[in-house]
Design a protein around this ligand. Structure first.
Ligand code: S3P
Length: 431
């Protein structure tokens, strides 16, 4: 349970973010099928990435952790038949990318997950992988976990994905690496491109052009050093907190600023937040920078729709909180994907933010939020979703009275230290 008793007078200080979740998963997965050792520096040590480590260990991959560094002993595409089911826990990225890798293996595996992940759609990966020759069997014609994947020789495809999804793209690219011929993957808008960047870093040849990727099969990877930037999706909670608590000045250090992920910065700037990017540089193949945000600017409502959606899909719960504080109306459209995340984030977030007195209404593919009214503290629930738990805690920072978030242990999925970090910024400057 998280309890926010009263709004902080100040939200102030510097913060190191936990490592990026998407990049940590990919370093583990690509490292496992590469030659040699991959060192993952500043990896995210949270439940989702522990699920990936658990699955890979069952596939015979030796992974050692030394402090904030993780060493993956690659098996050169020779994973072992697993000892038992592969449990992806709550992690969609683990399940979907792993199925892409296992589709071309020489053995059978069963991939499963927790009750939330078992409800999430898998046909989006089963369909293109089956077109490549994969055998995937599971409930509702392979739309749900547990999935039985019978490894088969694969052939290249030209796949036009109906969705902008990095998980679908990555599953196809990882299968394509093992296939005969050249695979072309196209998507309507560009989704995050960490897989493409890391594949190139590991020595693979691929042609990338925003919404289209071409990759030849039968390529081998070489393990590399992967420095992991701070996770912008986690930084977003602190950006919004600093933007809405009037007397704030927060420096978020070494945040990953891959342009396929920075929609939240564009939107906060458009809302009028005082946000500056400092010391931009590169960590390996990924851009990073520090972000300074000051409170006190009056925020205004905006429209969020179209091609920016994949660039901020995970940040929409906390942007809804910013919208509640902003003057005027915020309309979020084209975000139906939120319904198939860890929870149905459209209906669950609407229900929980409404309890705080926020004027939010649910639409098929988003929300309408009428801002400008101060939230009122109440008992709310994470619904078992890490991003809803953190968004509610941020709302609690500006609510009148006490906000209690039950089921707050959900934050362990992506940031076990969330509450300590939030408190340390609230307590500075004599609060
Ligand atoms: C992710 C991709 C996104 C995102 C998820 C992580 C990834 O999902 O919402 O949290 O690491 O590839 P989709 O690919 O389903 O859009």
């Amino acid at each position: 349970m998280i309890i926010i008793t009263s709004p902080p007078e100040h939200f102030f200080g510097e913060m190191d973010l936990p490592g990026d979740k998407s990049i940590t998963h990919r370093a583990l997965l690509l490292g496992s099928i590469a030659r040699g050792v991959t060192e993952v520096r500043g990896f995210l040590d949270a439940e989702d990435c522990r699920s990936t480590i658990g699955c890979l260990s069952r596939l015979g991959v030796n992974i050692n952790i030394r402090g904030s560094r993780l060493f993956v002993h690659g098996r050169s595409a020779q994973l072992q038949a697993p000892t038992g089911e592969l449990d992806a826990g709550n992690s969609g990225t683990t399940a979907r990318l792993l199925v892409g890798i296992l589709a071309g293996s020489s053995f059978e595996s069963v991939i499963t997950g927790d009750s939330s992940l078992k409800k999430r759609p898998m046909r989006r990966i089963a369909e293109p992988l089956r077109a490549m020759g994969a055998h995937i069997i599971g409930p509702d014609d392979g739309d749900n976990l547990p999935l039985l994947v019978k490894g088969k020789p694969l052939k290249a495809i030209h796949y036009k994905s109906p969705k902008a999804s990095a998980q679908v793209k990555s599953a196809v690219l990882l299968a394509a690496l093992q296939a005969d011929g050249e695979t072309i993957f196209e998507e309507p808008y560009q989704s995050r491109d960490h897989t493409e960047l890391m594949l190139k870093h590991f020595g693979a040849r691929l042609d990338t052009d925003s919404c289209r990727v071409k990759i030849k099969g039968r390529q081998s990877l070489q393990g590399k050093l992967v420095p992991v930037p701070g996770d912008i999706s986690t930084a977003a909670f602190f950006m919004v907190a600093a933007a809405i608590v009037p007397d704030s000045d927060v420096l978020l250090k070494d945040v990953g600023l891959n342009p396929t992920r920075t929609g939240v910065i564009d939107v906060l700037k458009e809302m009028g937040a005082d946000l500056e990017i400092e010391n931009p540089r590169k960590w390996g193949v990924e851009p990073v920078a520090n972000i300074r945000i000051k409170g006190g600017s009056r925020l205004r409502g905006v429209n969020i729709e179209g091609e920016i959606i994949p660039r901020l899909i995970d940040e929409l719960p906390v942007l809804a909180v910013a919208a509640a504080v902003a003057e005027g109306e915020t309309v979020i459209r084209n975000a139906a994907e939120l319904r198939v995340k860890e929870t149905d984030r459209i209906s669950d977030l609407t229900a929980q933010l409404s309890r705080l007195g926020i004027a939010i209404s649910e639409k098929d593919d988003g929300f309408v939020i009428k801002g400008g009214k101060r939230p009122i503290g109440a008992d709310v629930d994470s619904c078992g979703d890490h991003r809803i738990a953190m968004a509610l805690a941020v709302a609690g920072l500006v609510a009148r009275g006490e906000t209690a978030v039950s089921g707050a242990e959900a934050v362990n999925i992506s940031f076990p230290g969330f509450m300590q970090s939030l408190r340390s910024l609230c307590s500075k400057k004599g609060h």
